[in-house]
Design a binder for this molecule. Structure first.
Ligand code: DPP
Ligand code: ZN
Length: 876
């Protein structure tokens, strides 16, 4: 397969002004009659017309109403080419059929539990009809859907409903018109037997909008939260960004087979039902929070993605990074900003950093791809969001808003580039982003080394900062980045000092954003009367790894005193990681292990602090994950030693603070009916974090507690927390709880996903065998992406100690499933294969076992572009 390159971009030779589609739905052969009003693109001027099309049967081509003879065009598996076209305007019609029933790849038109639905991003529309399937081809769509009235009483597409009616022989039709020009990837069509819930929203300028969420009949009682979240999102975008909704109806459809989380099709979002359906007994607090965030994300795309779209797929971060930044801000406003920041940084470090530091590293704006679907990555999304956040940090909220306003003003209705975005931000927010732009083109995680020095005679405190960025694939040398680094100086009394930099008349704020733009730079603070402890990279103002000359005692001090909640959490994590890494070493060399008294002491203080937000307290007391420790160690990782070190430390801590944990466990019990709001959720999070320690007390008392927690749970958050704990302990209560849970929820596919993944991520040695047998369980099918993610992906990515079993059986199983899946759904297969991306950080034996599986996949016959690209790049 050949790579597509950013530098080869050329505008399309033809433009499409309007599209009329007539789609006659049929499971085996859906007939699509497309009528395109086209003209030569004055900017590039004619030549052969090459339309994209895959898995289509072509029946007829008409030019200006006349049927073309087959020798007037060429068709192959990927294109329809018409060499000769009249100058100026023309109408091109095609009649094709496609087979939704046989479509297991879930891209294009397919059937999800009997419901017709589409997924066109990135290149699925070409599986529906021949088209210029590229985001800079924007057209006005009219879609007429014809279907059997019994099979598909509900017929939906983008825009507004303009006509509907009955036809002969039990058929009916609906016609939708979307007045906003859009690229084909935002096209959607849904048809089937669907129930719905409805609400209204009045925009700030008075537009009355009908809101509808469609679900499989019977699930209507699980939509209330999503609907409320949608209204909050709509209001927030008006207030925070001045962006209003622009059609008379906004629809969401929830389907059970979906490759991604959700899709922002204009006026008709399609969602993975996991991110819509919620009831207190079926969804956890985390599910509720994800629903709110994803509803917001897709809604926000209406401006950042739809009204202003991307010129080409290399610009994906233009809509995704920015929209993630917007949804993060929304969540921060709805919930705890500190906890949200911690969660986002955790995600960045666990998913993006390994990507950026491994063989799949690519810039936030890549310059080459083999299969674009492989670039819906943590780098494009999460690091992309961090880049927007850094600009926001550099200019502040008011100027950022000005820049955004200018971006919308300049580019509404256009397909834009990262350059357009940066230019608008630069002009509107008045900032020079020339150097900053390197963040978009250089891959890799920069490392910032900080050394702080106090001079008591001069009363100065000096921070010397150096940035380095290791070589990444195709990028041996990096230029220095513009890195905003928020810092504070914490005095011996635990209070922030006022900060006065060299050359300043008087002190300014207590947290300052320093601009690190050179390879090495020194910042000196004056009038520092006492020796401070520096609090570095407050709020995680840049996606970098930071190392400094801070000592363990400094982290102990900061985790008790830092006024910046993120850095307070960070200090605790750094302390615990240091301890765990030392203990891993001790396990390997037979040295003495440390107990982590300071961490236990911190837990005691945090639990005693009644003013502290319980959700934040829950974050403070959790130990870093095994994966996080592995990543910090970085090479020759010994997963067994890490597992053992963490388990023993957890038990030691539990024993040290058991009474405090028990007290808070009791106190955090939430009375009254379940509410998913952040406050109650925070109490449950802290309570369940306490349970997570207590359950592992060596005297076994915690098991009873967890079993009682399970039995007494009146909501899914508590039920699953108890089950998750028990799943890691080899006791009778484990078996009983898993069986009870299964009996209670076997009829609910979403809850069954939780049951699968809890077993797949159990740290007990049996996990691999359990996964193997669950592959044949009725609750599992490899054809449904959520099932694959619940059972196989979670085993491969969230069960470090078992996936990396020394005999390689975990690797072999996952490799086998990648190949099996590739024949059905290449996108999901390629994603699963990503589990091997950090293979070089493990010990020699595991490296060789993993590379053998990667070679087996790369060499397999007939693999997809998707899997080929990941396998070959991972090995390179
Ligand atoms: N649906 C995916 C998202 O919103 C791709 N656009 O991120
Ligand atoms: Zn998105």
């Amino acid at each position: 397969p050949r790579a597509v390159l950013l530098k080869d971009y050329a505008p399309p030779a033809y433009l499409i002004d309007t599209v009329s589609l007539e789609v006659e739905l049929d499971p085996a052969a859906t007939r699509v009659h497309s009528k395109l009003k086209m003209r030569t693109n004055p900017a590039s001027g004619g030549g052969p017309l090459v339309l994209d099309g895959e898995k289509l049967t072509l029946h007829e081509v008409r030019l200006n109403g006349e049927t073309l003879s087959p020798n007037a065009y060429q068709v192959d598996g990927r294109h329809l080419t018409i060499p000769d076209l009249p100058a100026g305007e023309f109408t091109l019609e095609t009649v094709t059929t496609c087979g939704p029933e046989a479509n297991t790849a879930l891209t294009g038109l397919y059937l999800s539990s009997g419901i017709y639905c589409t997924q066109c991003e990135a290149q699925g529309f070409r599986r529906i009809t021949y088209y210029l399937d590229r985001p800079d081809a924007m057209a006005v769509f009219t879609t007429r859907i014809v279907a059997d009235e019994k099979v598909a009483p509900v017929l939906l597409s983008n825009g507004n409903l303009v006509k509907e009616g009955k036809l002969a022989s039990g058929k009916h039709f609906a016609e939708w018109h979307d007045p906003f020009p859009k690229p084909a990837y935002l096209f959607a069509l849904v048809a089937g037997r669907l129930g719905h819930v409805e609400d209204k929203f009045v925009t700030k300028s008075g537009r009355k909008v009908t809101l509808r969420i469609f679900v499989e009949p019977g699930n209507e009682d699980r939509c209330a939260y999503a609907l409320e979240a949608l209204k909050r999102s709509m209001r927030w975008d008006e207030e925070a960004f001045g962006r209003e909704y622009d059609l008379d109806i906004f629809m969401i459809v929830a389907v059970s087979s979906f490759n991604m989380g959700a899709m922002e099709n204009k006026g008709l979002n399609v969602f993975n039902d996991k991110y819509i359906l919620a009831r207190p007994d079926t969804a956890t607090d985390t599910d509720y929070a994800s629903i709110e965030a994803i509803i917001a994300h897709e809604y926000f795309h209406n401006w950042t993605g739809n009204r202003v779209t991307c010129r080409d797929w290399f610009q994906l971060c233009l809509k995704e990074g920015l929209t993630v930044f917007r949804d993060q801000e929304f969540t921060s406003d709805m919930r705890s900003r500190a906890v949200k920041r911690i969660a986002d940084v955790r995600l960045l470090r666990s998913h993006q950093f390994p990507e950026d530091q491994g063989p799949l590293a690519h810039p936030v704006r890549p310059d080459s791809y083999i299969e674009i679907n492989n670039f819906y990555t943590a780098t494009v999304y999460e690091k992309g969001a961090e880049l927007c956040r850094m600009i926001h940090t550099l200019v502040g909220p008011k100027r950022f808003r000005k820049g955004m306003d200018l971006y919308f003003e300049r580019h509404d209705g256009e397909a834009a580039t990262v350059e357009d975005f940066l230019q608008a931000l630069s002009d509107g927010a008045k900032i020079d982003l020339t150097q900053f732009k390197r963040w978009y083109s250089q891959s890799g995680t920069p490392e910032v080394l900080v050394s702080g020095r106090y001079d008591s005679a001069r009363e100065t405190y000096t921070l010397k900062m150096t940035q380095v960025c290791a070589a990444t694939p195709g990028q041996p040398v990096k230029e220095p980045y513009h890195i905003p680094i928020a810092v504070g100086l914490v005095g011996p009394d635990g209070k922030d000092m006022a900060l006065q930099l060299d050359g300043e008349e008087k002190p300014h704020a207590k947290t300052r954003v320093l601009n690190l733009t050179e390879r090495t730079q020194t910042f000196r603070f004056r009038n520092v009367a006492e020796k401070p402890v520096p609090s570095l990279l407050r709020g995680f103002t840049a996606p970098v790894t930071l190392s400094s000359n801070l000592k363990e005692r400094d982290y102990v001090f900061l985790m008790a005193n830092d006024s910046d909640p993120f850095n307070r959490w960070e200090a605790a994590q750094r302390y615990a990681s240091g301890l765990l890494i030392a203990n891993v070493e001790a396990i390997r060399t037979g040295g003495k292990r440390r107990r982590g008294t300071a961490f236990a002491e911190m837990i005691r203080k945090v639990l005693a602090d009644k003013k502290l937000d319980p959700d934040f307290a829950a974050q403070m007391i959790l130990l870093p994950s095994e994966q996080a420790i592995a990543q910090m160690i970085g090479k020759d990782v010994d997963v067994d030693a890490i597992h053992e070190a963490r388990e023993t430390l957890r038990i030691a801590i539990a024993a040290d603070v058991r009474d405090d944990l028990k007290r808070i466990y009791e106190r955090m019990k939430v009375d009254g009916p379940y509410s998913p709001d952040a406050e109650d959720a925070g109490r449950r999070a802290l309570r369940n974090a306490c349970l997570g320690y207590l359950a592992f007390l060596p005297d076994g008392s915690g098991v009873e507690m967890a079993a009682a927690h399970f039995d007494g749970a009146d909501n899914m958050t508590d039920q699953i927390a108890a089950l998750g704990v028990l799943a890691n302990i080899d006791v009778q209560e484990r078996t009983r709880a898993l069986e009870t849970f299964y009996e209670q929820w076997k009829g609910d596919h979403l809850v069954m996903d939780k049951w699968l993944s809890i077993q797949a991520t159990s740290s007990l040695p049996r996990a691999l065998d359990d996964v193997k047998s669950l592959l044949h369980h009725p609750a599992f099918t490899i054809r449904n992406p959520n099932k694959v993610r619940a059972l196989i992906t979670s085993f491969a990515t969230a069960n470090q100690v078992r996936f990396h079993a020394a005999d390689g059986a975990g690797y072999a199983l996952v490799a086998e499933k990648v190949l099996e899946l590739d024949a059905l759904n290449p996108q999901v297969a390629a994603r699963l294969l990503g589990a091997f991306k950090s293979w070089r950080q493990f010990d020699r034996k595991r490296r060789s076992l993993m590379s053998r599986q990667l070679e087996r996949i790369a060499g397999a016959e007939g693999i997809s572009r998707d899997v080929y690209e990941i396998a070959s790049k991972t090995l390179a």
